[in-house]
Design a protein around this ligand. Structure first.
Ligand code: 7TS
Length: 415
């Protein structure tokens, strides 16, 4: 399948997603444009999860009976799929977590609190999701480290012109999103990794939005920490991944303690198991992890390059048509510097009212600050309306979005 809209068989893809084929109240067909919040799941993922529950559900890593052995094999096969999907060198570098938020907290607490010192600097930027901001605030408060921010250009990209001043031998870590969940901006991770490493700093990449839409390789450039969520990658909720270089996993502290993560427990102290077990305390969401493996198989069967190209076509059309609506401002860079996310405002219509009108037409978008309050402050806005596209969306659905925005302007009697 190629990504040419004539040959990318979006109708075939859509048949894999049962939820998309429904009419909502008012008999409007669902137009799901909220994939950045959570992606819909293909049948193969749901079937795999059902297979686990129906055939071999049993706790993993206990080596006690046949069901447990089968479940453990499935879980570790899913870990291998993740490893290949992000190009990690070693299986032990893949830690299953509950999601991006947990993964980033593990780094901020397990690495940050242990290794940051007063005077050290963490380099953030103004477009980060709260999940890659607030944990660093806590780590800084606990250690005396300082937070610095890369400014943004007027069109919502990282302004790297000040990087020489911001990135110094004091910088211990650069924490950056690979793709903004609001502006859609795709950040120059290669360059940031290189520049961070040049001053001896590490790079922590929030890949929650990028992993479902573009290929990821943690060894080219070398990434130190990378976090993402299964539910945004067409997989189940409650599962996510922390990738970290083995050396870092060995050095950092565990964040959660309990069963499975220990080597030996004494009355007054304990020693830790090797990674990844060291970071997987308690019963890990093993069936969700297997579901994530199935989601990766599904994405691979279509191909991330094809997915990216098709989504770009959708995005180009959405940008062109939406920008032509009177009073519409699309926030963020031009379509070539971003993923298929459009956060926009319409003069005279509150984002929540707009999403309400769209919802009544079956078009599901999101309104609010999207967990990026500092970014919205910078934009001088309290909220935006966000449409986020995926490869199961169609060019007709882009028309439905734009028609809905026109309709909202009519409701509010705008000329
Ligand atoms: N980082 C980014 C860039 C995100 O977009 C999100 C979730 C997270 C981290 C946190 O992921 P979680 O799976 O741990 O919750 N973003 C959104 C969103 O944009 N709307 O709802 C959730």
């Amino acid at each position: 399948m190629t990504a040419n809209s004539a040959t990318f068989d979006v109708e075939a893809v859509r048949r894999d997603f049962p939820i998309l084929h429904q009419r909502l109240s008012g008999d409007m067909p669902l137009v799901y444009l909220d994939t950045a919040a959570t992606a819909q799941k293909p049948r193969s993922v749901m079937a795999k999860v059902m297979e686990c529950y129906e055939q071999y559900n049993s706790n993993v890593h206990r080596g006690i009976h046949q069901l447990g052995d089968r479940m453990t094999i499935e879980l570790e096969a899913a870990r291998e799929k993740v490893q290949r999907f992000i190009g990690a060198g070693e299986l032990e570098e893949i830690v299953f977590t509950s999601g991006t938020t947990m993964s980033l907290n593990m780094v901020a607490h397990g690495w940050g609190r242990k290794f940051l010192r007063p005077g050290d600097e963490i380099l953030l930027n103004m477009m980060e999701h709260h999940a890659n901001l607030v944990p660093w605030q806590l780590a800084a408060a606990a250690t005396g480290a300082t937070l610095k921010y890369i400014p943004l250009t007027a069109d919502g990209r990282l302004d790297l012109s000040s990087l020489d001043q911001l990135l110094t031998s004091k910088t211990k870590l650069v924490a950056v999103t690979a793709m903004s969940n609001v502006l859609g901006t795709v950040n120059p991770i290669n360059e940031l990794a290189r520049r961070a490493h040049d001053v001896g700093a590490l790079i922590c990449v929030d890949a929650a939005q990028s992993v479902p839409h573009m290929p990821t390789n943690v060894r080219s450039p070398q990434i130190d920490f990378l976090a993402f969520s299964g539910h945004k990658l067409y997989g189940p909720t409650g599962i996510g991944v922390l990738y970290a270089r083995r050396q870092l996993l060995e050095a950092m502290d565990p964040f959660l303690a309990g069963g499975h993560m220990i080597r030996e427990v004494f009355l007054d102290s304990s020693t830790w198991a090797d990674p990844p077990a060291k970071f997987e305390a308690g019963t890990c969401p093993f069936i969700e992890a297997v579901g994530l493996g199935a989601a990766i198989d599904y994405v691979n069967s279509i191909g991330l390059l094809q997915i990216g190209q098709y989504e770009h076509q959708l995005s180009v059309k959405a940008h062109e048509k939406l920008a032509a609506v009177p009073g519409v401002t699309i926030h963020g860079p031009s379509v070539d510097h971003k993923g298929a996310i459009l956060s926009f405002t319409v003069d005279g219509v509150h984002p929540h009212d707009l999403s309400d009108v769209l919802d009544r037409r079956g078009v599901a978008v999101r309104a609010g600050h999207h967990c990026t309050m500092p970014l919205h402050e910078l934009l001088n806005l309290t909220a935006t309306t966000r449409a986020s596209l995926a490869f199961y969306n169609t060019l007709d659905e882009v028309d439905a979005l734009v028609d809905g925005v026109h309709a909202a302007r009519k409701v509010f009697r705008l000329k």
